[in-house]
Design a protein around this ligand. Sequence first.
Ligand code: LCS
Length: 393
Amino acid sequence: MDTKNKGFNSKLVHGGGFKDPLGSAVTPIYQTSTFSFENANHGAQCFSGESDGFIYTRLGNPTINDLEKTVAELEHGFGGIATSSGMAAVNTVYLGILASGDHMVGHNALYGPSRAIMESLYPKFNVASAFIDATDIENVKNAIQPNTRLIFLETPANPTIGITDIQAVSDLAHEKGIVVCVDNTFCSPYLQSPLDLGADIVLHSMTKFINGHADVVAGMIVTKTEAHYKILRSVMMNVGCNMDPHQAFLTRRGLKTLAIRIDKAQENAVQIAEYLEKHPKVEWVKYPGLKSHPQYELAKKQMRGPGAMISFGLKGGFEAGRTMMDSVKMALLAVSLGGIETLIQHPASMTHSKISKENQEKAGISSGLVRLSVGIEDLEDLIGDIEQALSKT
Ligand code: LCS
């Protein structure tokens, strides 16, 4: 059905517009590498673009296409490009937008590999970068060079939960012809619409909230314009970082419950953040729903809810953090985030360990920082688990 003027949940359930000729209630898994043409003329038309028929799964597939259309609609963009992982989406943007001699400005607390790959691999292609605290627009202004071509943001950022003003950065960038890409993984399209706030490209690790069940690794890019869509789709197809149909099927299934999952996880997170803030063993808590968050007002303006990611520091520092992680019973000690199960991890020794200690500190990733991805379990059980683990620190 056409979901254009329908509500968010209706788009989650019915989006994509796929109509199965046999009446299947869900989009089937087209587990095929290639598609046969009706005749030579049809084959030629598929290649020339006169027909939108499918050719080869690396280039496009109905199961994947359904997911791409749904997420593009949710993000209010021109089109979606599904990728094998979130990192494949990040690298597709880097490869598609940047050329030799260009410069990128990134937020300093991006997901570790999004920054590390830019600093370690891209200099080989003569692409330079500067990573700054983009939560202060003055830092963004000062970091822009005559050859800056891309500003890459993550908001809220992983793992500091710092919030960047997407509209302000986009206005500044567009005066200078710079492309803005926002990694919207922590919010999902349910809580934040970067393209409406001025960004040109939005991307996701769909491994997280969009799939939401910790059983898929997947990525997605949505562009505002057809021009960017064509460039990035061509990179994805030719690099070969395409999604596979089974991955797309699972992700599309998980996506249907995005809003109700986030509502429940967020409800838990609000209570847990308030509980942690009052706890004598906790030094600080960073959560967009707390008035103590430095960008609390911006979060209220830019996001439709504070989400389910909390970072906090323990008074006992590094050792207390480790003790807490060894002591939790319900929360899983695991990286990743955005699933229905609560996860806890220690970024300095795990997700962000490839970033130098000096850069970790500059980005606010202190050695005692603990990151909590709140799930949908019962609140009393989660607080009980955190309480008993904190008592050991
Ligand atoms: N962007 C963000 C904000 C992420 O958190 C991650 C993964 C990625 C991109 C990359 O996505 P992937 O290739 O894994 O699908 N974040 C992880 C994390 O915080 N713990 O483990 C993975």
